[in-house]
Design a binder for this molecule. Structure first.
Ligand SMILES: [Zn+2]
Length: 147
């Protein structure tokens, strides 16, 4: 069967409503003059992940089927839930929870200043996960300067 924009659209819709329904993402494509772009779109504000750019319709279909097969394998393995929270969730929670198990029982260790950022080593007392929380420099407050 010839792959067209229409069949791709139907397949994406079918996957998003069924196979990918209980995952954190959906799949989508766009047709541009130079070819198709295929993307994974997350259900929260995480930036889309581009999987293919300027490919033919049948190449786009192969990418889409690859995602479907991957999602099916993950589901079969019983790990539908992503291992880590998204960056959007992390910042919304102000870095106050474990990036893996969401426990509030976390240990904030030493700070390391870098170029416009401060990195803090964190660890979770519940699951043992460690991560770096990265703080971005935003402004100074001259009211706090002693004269
Ligand atoms: Zn944890």
């Amino acid at each position: 069967m010839k792959v067209t924009e229409k069949t791709l659209k139907a397949r994406c819709t079918e996957l998003n409503l069924a196979a990918l329904r209980d995952t954190t993402f959906g799949i989508s494509f766009e047709r541009f003059p130079k070819g198709y772009t295929v993307e994974i779109k997350y259900r929260d504000a995480t930036l889309p992940q581009v999987l293919a750019v300027e490919v033919t319709a049948s190449e786009a279909q192969a990418v889409i089927e690859g995602v479907a097969a991957g999602a099916a394998a993950v589901k079969a393995a019983g790990a539908v839930k992503p291992e880590y929270i998204t960056m959007e969730t992390f910042t919304r929670q102000a870095g106050a929870r474990c990036v893996k198990c969401q426990s509030k029982d976390i240990v904030l260790a030493h700070l390391t200043a870098g170029a416009g950022t401060i990195t803090q080593l964190c660890s979770c007392s519940r699951c043992g996960q460690t991560w770096d929380s990265v703080y971005a420099l935003s402004h100074f407050d001259y009211g706090a300067v002693a004269v």
